[in-house]
Design a protein around this ligand. Sequence first.
Ligand code: PXP
Length: 243
Amino acid sequence: MTEPMRLSVNIDHVATLRNARGGSFPDPVEAARIAMAAGADGITMHLREDRRHVRDRDLERVATEVACRLNFEMAATEEMVGIAERLRPPACCIVPEKRQELTTEGGLDVLAAGPFLAEAVRRLAAKGTEVSIFIEADLRQIEAAARLGAQAIELHTGAYADATPSERPAHLKRLRAGAEAAAAHGLRCHAGHGLSYETVGPIAAMPQVVEVSIGHFLISQSVFEGLPAVVRRFKALIAEARP
Ligand code: PXP
């Protein structure tokens, strides 16, 4: 039987709203609690170098106060690896990070990465954290992630999610091949970026993909429907599409 798929709710945008007024509301930690109570399987937070959305204290509070599978999204830098070693989250996702970008624009180029990426994977895994690397569905990148000793990859679904309906089958074919290659290399496969009610189903239909990480659409749609309702609807769409 196909393993169930986890929904990891990215709460970065709750912090973006809070920061817009400089106060403490809305609290991303409260959002994490509400998402978990509504049936989410985990919480994702990306602590950026410039702390533009979640801050160190938000991450620490979720890590210590909220019963969840925390997925700490981070750049492979000494500072972030140090924070992860201290907090020991169940999961980390290593992403590329550019200061000017609005969001993580592309996957990490594992082939071009320097030696610190391997060190980061080693150090995080030594603390018992499941390490995934956010990459494009490119066979060479997947092989390189496996060689590095990552336990998982997260496939970048942004191009698929942004494509027109007629362009999507070609993107799905590439993502499916990536998910199959990940499994063949013994890597657990996650997926995320840009997913919505409309685009999550075909990803959930891929049996190798065991987790999706969703933020922007999910938090934005919560303005209209409320966070628990949106989490429940995503869970239902995933269950419906799962083989
Ligand atoms: N996965 C990774 C690695 C990301 O960087 C992001 C964006 O923070 C997401 C998933 C979620 O993307 P979105 O906010 O578009 O749902």
